[in-house]
Design a protein around this ligand. Structure first.
Ligand SMILES: Nc1ncnc2c1ncn2[C@@H]1O[C@H](COP(=O)(O)OP(=O)(O)OP(=O)(O)O)[C@@H](O)[C@H]1O
Ligand SMILES: [Mg+2]
Length: 355
């Protein structure tokens, strides 16, 4: 099996092998997405995406036919729900019964999946379990299936991007030793891509909450295009050269125009993130946000780490998906891979699904 991550900016593929003590990279590849073909987690033009995927598989030497893919977007529902402990075979029936509470569209028109993540015992002795419910409308999944079919690949696993990110950053997450008596330690994974930002809250290695915010690096580039009246590619270049300075003393006028634009869009993202963080805090008690793990291509914006650390008043680290992954330096250009690590994180985490 191999993994595919369809993004608005690029399509990534990866294959990893399980070894005795972790994983080893088998192959990987990345190509720019056809313009306007993928946005906000939706494949808008399956035909051109399939052509790009076919070429990418050929170039990266991946000959497997069985694929692991991930979906995301505002229509994808991911919720942790609590049930009395039951057998796996009863679980689906229970989930279908409960699903209408969480899924705002017709169940007949959607796909639903559920997985037990944790068992626990309540104070009164009742055995309970936490279950991760995933639901998506068929209309979201269908274009993905069209792409895979045209590229002669078979979807074996459909995962969600937030779960793939948790797997990719397993070694960056707070371990259980850091657990405090009085509070529940939550790590924040923030993946800022081209068309969306995926916020994932993780506690004890489990997904607690996720939300898709439809703002990303493309919005910065587009705003620069408009303001400077330059091409998209020129604006991308300017964005990558711009340093955002985290200095409250620096007066607004002294900031150059591209810096102002980046900060403005980032502020839109952090505003939404903050809303979700306080929402989650009111939902569950004694939450302590421990640190933020930053990823996605926009993690490369110069100084973004310090910017976010100051905004959220917690440590921010750049997630490293290669920590548990052996990479043969005779085969792969490590320097190039390290530059791409933020963009590749999701597809690496996805490929780690293979057992
Ligand atoms: N060095 C850099 N400096 C600033 N921004 C960068 C840099 N490198 C990449 N980016 C931005 O990161 C974004 C691409 O990130 P990523 O590959 O995670 O997105 P994607 O998966 O294609 O999109 P999405 O997940 O939103 O559909 C683009 O907006 C790109 O301009
Ligand atoms: Mg992405």
């Amino acid at each position: 099996m191999f993994a595919i991550d369809f993004g608005a900016r690029s399509i990534k593929v990866a294959k990893v092998h399980r070894t005795n003590d972790g994983y080893e990279l088998g192959n990987y590849g990345i190509t720019l997405s056809p313009e306007g073909a993928i946005a906000n987690g939706e494949i808008l033009n399956p035909i051109v995406v399939a052509d790009a995927l076919i070429a990418l598989l050929k170039d990266s030497g991946i000959r497997d036919r069985k694929a692991i893919i991930a979906i995301t977007g505002q229509k994808v529902i991911v919720r942790e729900i609590v049930f009395p402990l039951m057998e796996d075979k009863e679980l689906m029936a229970g989930v279908i019964w409960e699903a209408p509470k969480y899924v705002p569209y017709d169940l007949d028109e959607s796909i639903i999946d559920a997985e037990k993540v944790e068992e626990f015992v309540e104070k009164d002795g009742n055995k309970m379990m936490k279950v991760l419910l995933v639901a998506a409308p068929k209309t979201t999944i269908q274009p993905y299936m069209e792409v895979l079919k045209k590229a002669r690949t078979i979807p074996k696993i459909v995962d969600v991007v937030s779960s793939a990110n948790i797997r990719a950053f397993k070694n960056n997450l707070s371990d259980k030793k850091e657990e405090e008596k009085e509070s529940v330690i939550i790590d924040i994974i923030l993946s800022i891509g081209a068309s969306n930002t995926i916020l994932t809250l993780v506690g004890k290695n489990n997904l607690k909450f996720t939300r898709d915010i439809l703002i990303g690096g493309n919005d910065i580039t587009k705003a620069i295009v408009k303001s400077f009246n330059i091409s998209f590619d020129e604006a991308e270049k300017l964005k990558r050269e711009t340093k955002i300075v985290v200095d409250p003393e620096k007066e607004e006028e002294k900031k150059n125009e591209s810096e102002k634009i980046i900060v403005k869009i980032l502020n839109q993202i952090t505003k939404e993130v903050r809303k979700s963080l306080s929402y989650y805090k009111t939902q569950s008690q004694k939450v302590k946000y421990n640190k933020m793990i930053l990823s996605g291509g926009c993690a490369n914006i110069i100084n973004i780490k310090d910017f976010l650390s100051e905004q959220f008043e917690i440590p921010v680290i750049i997630g490293n998906p290669f920590e548990e992954l052996k990479i043969d330096e005779r085969v792969f250009d490590i320097k190039r891979m390290n530059k791409l690590k933020d963009t590749l994180a999701t597809v690496i985490g996805l490929a780690m699904r293979e057992r």
